[in-house]
Ligand binder design. Sequence first.
Ligand code: PLP
Length: 456
Amino acid sequence: GSRAAAWATLAPDPARWLGLAPQASVVDPAVELARRGAVMAAAQEKYYERPPQIERGWRELLIDTRGRSYVDMVNNVAVIGHSHPRFGRAVSAQLALLNTNSRFLYSALADLCERIVATSPDPSLDTVLLVNSGSEAVDLALRLARIHTGRNNVVALREGYHGWTMASDAVSTSAFDNPHAAASRPGWVHIVDAPNVYRGRHRGAGAAEAYAADLARLMDEAAGPGADLAAFISEPVLGNAGGVMPPAGYLALVYEQIRARGGLCIADEVQVGYGRLGSHFWGSAQQGVVPDILTVAKAMGNGYPLGAVLTRRDVAESLAGEGNFFSSAGGSPVGCVAGLAVLDVIRDESLQQNADSVGRHLSGRLAELTERHPLIGTVHGLGLYQGVELVRDRDTREPATSETAAICERMLELGVIVQPASERQNVLKIKPPLCLSRESADFFVDCLDEVLSEGW
Ligand code: PLP
């Protein structure tokens, strides 16, 4: 459309900023690779009927091989934006200087750990272990909790997602769930209902207490996990459920119950953390809780594989003498420099503040859209972490699943990348780079308005 064409002119060529030779356009390389079977089919997520062949990015824009640009409303990895010159320069310089096995100690590693500790939601969380991904951070967090407590059971929320390795998959039940994960879920993992006040059993006043009471009852059943409890893990705001916020006070009550039974509380901040909520750097702080272990990844490296576990010193020290905990590339020099550049840009470009102000603007505009379009059941979340839940009927809340998929296809045609979330795949997830401009947010809402007006 004409709007997308106008956007294309706003996107400069990042290669020029970096002083690189422009890349030659390739014709559908992914299709070519897939044809030859070199890319495992299961590894290719297919969101669209005709997926765009993305070649480069700029800020919150993605640009395909034909030069069309799209506002990227879903990229919670490229938190400082695509192709940030400062990030590119820092990473390239370090690559040219040294990248090595992380058994060595170098200043960038100490600097990054110190900087993460400085963001800590509480002074008790004061030590960091660097890894390569969110799944790895979650695996390590679960293992830390089990070693520290000397106990086995882990409680996780339905509709949560924590990763794809065997342990992180075992505590996940979101749309990424699969029969194999469920069938092979180890006995020490216990899944309980998520505090979803739009769809769950408890919806009105007192929902926080009611969900927490359900959890306590489950833990204390005869074969319940309460007796041999190592940990509770949850996202402070449930990302893959569509940005679902627990009712106020729920997590504080749950953390109290878990601690009363001797367990540790793990906050998986892989999606929600790093300033995305605007009001707070960490989701646990926004929810008013202090976890014992916090996991982070995605945003931390802006696309360079990097993750971390932030925890209390006494918890971390329980690993001593318990084996050899080592990741060849976790905390590599390039990873650390990437991590530092991301934190510098978030600070110097006030990206958390931008998430707050653009997020508020977005919330206001989406509320106005909700009044005019009955297909919108509710809008979850806050800051640049929101979910537009689509329903066929506001009373029955029947999920508009096929409509959500079709709306995403139409949005792509208009120049917006937005994708479905939740077990029912009926929530438009909004997790753009934190540099999202007010104009891009408006462009997204205008396109959604136009598409919803087409009649569904
Ligand atoms: N935890 C949460 C909350 C996530 O959203 C994800 C990824 O989507 C992970 C963990 C796993 O992270 P990774 O894909 O980096 O292994």
